[in-house]
Design a protein around this ligand. Sequence first.
Ligand code: PGA
Length: 256
Amino acid sequence: MRKPFIAGNWKMHKTIEEAVALARELRAALEGDVSIGCDVAVCPPFPALAAVREALAGSAIGLGAQNMHWEEQGAVTGAVSPLMLQGLCDYVIIGHSERRNLFGETDEMVNKKLHAALAHGLKPILCVGENLQQNQAGETEKFVGGQVRAAFAGVTPEQARIVTVAYEPIWAIGTCVPATGEEANVIVGGTVRGTLAALYGNDVAQVVRIQYGGSVKPGNIAEFMAQPEIDGALVGGASLRATDFAEIVRNGLACK
Ligand code: PGA
């Protein structure tokens, strides 16, 4: 009942020209595939958004931004506002662990961004996930549950349905050490969906899509997609090669 959703986060990679080339390659590689029951999106860096949007026009591949400020405008040098993204892209990644760790984004900021995205018709991909130390100390459920509660504070049940949550254990990001499918399924189902059920009831929790992210590759996507609670993936490194990302989509779809 939840439509699978696979998104690529290009992070700080690709010039405008390279981004357009990658988008075209991906479009060619996926043509005919993505309309069959799976949502697919790519999230290029800000400067490439407009050009990639043009390159993907008329395709079923959606477009997302990687970050956003919560204010519509103001004296915030270097920031991009929801007004600027409105109409330009469909999705926006919020609270990625790299934003939290490298740029000091707090749960409170993530909550403001989530509200701003929803208020401007942008579909948020909200990232949560524990670090290695927390994982090894057995604190994953408490920490991730807390991140979900903080992010959704004040979000209505109707709005919550629109959010995609990406569970990304930090120790699995860019490390080639993914979680196992079972491990991820426990946190996605028990902790993330469980927390949403406690906040909004089961009806809402059952429609929210939850992705797994962290070293997803063509060879392991099936393990995650085969899990009942996991609805898709947020893919970093492997989304930078059109053939790999297309294979991830195809292999992922085959199990849902
Ligand atoms: P990775 O990144 O696939 O390169 O591990 C995932 C992410 O940060 O979203």
